[in-house]
Design a protein around this ligand. Structure first.
Ligand SMILES: [Fe+2]
Ligand SMILES: [Fe+2]
Length: 344
């Protein structure tokens, strides 16, 4: 085996850093953008759960993923769940397209139907139940890839206690929304100086975080969405910390474009996945055009210009799920606005 000198290895590692962004641009250009509903539907009929945008399947999206799934009538996700359900250290969004049912999240019941959306607070135990005679069709998006990259992807499922990391440590460990939590908010207070105060704040941080998660909004009913004109067109913010959610990574907006009109054009440093919830249209992504229909999914590559056009006769509604909040918190947010929408 060839043994590299320290000098050779250093050069190789440095050039990896120098070249990475240029290589990444090429990978973004090669990213698959359009996922057609008829192809997804065919597979869903047999498998009930289809990953659509996922880095493990070759997507260049590093921060979130999206899948479709079906919950058959009068059953629940994770068929054998009876109590806790599951919890995970990812932020999760669920949008219901068909059917009706309820979820139990951190012990609270939420009833939902088509067009409703759940923002599941980080590490809260949850279950989703189909109460109706029709199958529930939904999409879910999580920050799984981001958590995996951070090495902090904990997924505790009541069916697999042998893989629990924290929940087996007792009732406190099971109730908390903080992995390994249950500490005292007061326990770090020693001394009367600025450093001691700062350290005590650090110790108290997670317990405070838990409270904020419990105070967060969880359910958004379709009828409560408020659309307002913006440079990008008519937008409703669905999940955002500025409207009562304790979201740090995953945000959601809904865009509405009337027939024969177009949205604004923009590009940004965050990942974006779109679900077409109504109507049909086309999107221009840099120099390529894609025609889409209801229930298709679009994965928009980082920092590529994109603009949407309604080519149908119905209002075009697009659910945009993005990791802008994660990038804000990393200090890596940038949005460039281009042409404005032509109808506001
Ligand atoms: Fe979940
Ligand atoms: Fe966008």
């Amino acid at each position: 085996m060839e043994v590299k000198s320290v000098k050779e290895r250093n050069t190789e590692l440095m050039m990896h850093s120098v070249k990475f962004a240029k290589d990444e641009q090429a990978r973004r250009k090669g990213q698959e953008i359009l996922f057609k509903w008829p192809d997804i539907e065919k597979q869903l009929g047999e498998h009930k759960h289809i990953y659509v945008v996922d880095a493990r399947l070759g997507s260049n999206n590093h921060t979130h993923r999206l899948w479709y799934d079906v919950i058959p009538p009068h059953t629940e996700e994770g068929q054998e769940w009876r109590g806790l359900g599951h919890r995970h250290t990812v932020e999760a969004i669920i949008y219901f397209l068909k059917g009706k049912g309820h979820s139990i999240i951190d012990g609270v019941r939420y009833d939902w139907g088509p067009g409703d959306l759940l923002s599941v607070p980080m590490f809260s135990w949850h279950r989703h139940v189909n109460d109706g005679d029709e199958p529930v069709l939904r999409i879910a998006s999580t920050t799984g890839p981001l958590s995996l990259g951070l090495g902090q992807a904990v997924y505790e499922d009541e069916r697999y206690p042998e893989f629990w990391i924290y929940a087996q440590e007792g009732e406190d460990a099971r109730k908390t929304l903080i992995p390994g939590g249950g500490g005292s908010i007061e326990n770090g207070k020693v001394g009367n100086n600025r450093a001691a105060e700062m350290y005590a704040e650090q110790v108290a941080f997670a317990m405070h975080e838990e409270q904020l998660r419990r105070d967060s909004k969880v359910l958004v009913k379709q009828k409560d969405l408020v659309f307002e004109p913006t440079a990008m067109g008519n937008l409703a913010y669905v999940v955002d910390p500025r409207i009562g959610f304790h979201a740090k990574a995953l945000g959601v907006v809904m865009a509405e474009i009337p027939p024969d009109k177009r949205s604004g054009a923009h590009r940004h440093l965050y990942d974006e996945i779109n679900l077409i919830v109504g109507g049909k249209g086309k999107v221009i992504v840099e120099d390529k055009t894609f025609d889409f229909d209801t229930l298709d999914v679009l994965s928009i590559p980082v920092f590529q210009w994109h603009q949407y056009f309604n080519t149908g006769t119905e209002p075009l509604r697009i659910l945009g799920i993005n990791t802008r909040l994660a990038m804000d918190n990393l200090g890596l947010s940038l949005t460039h606005q281009g042409e404005h929408a032509d109808y506001v």
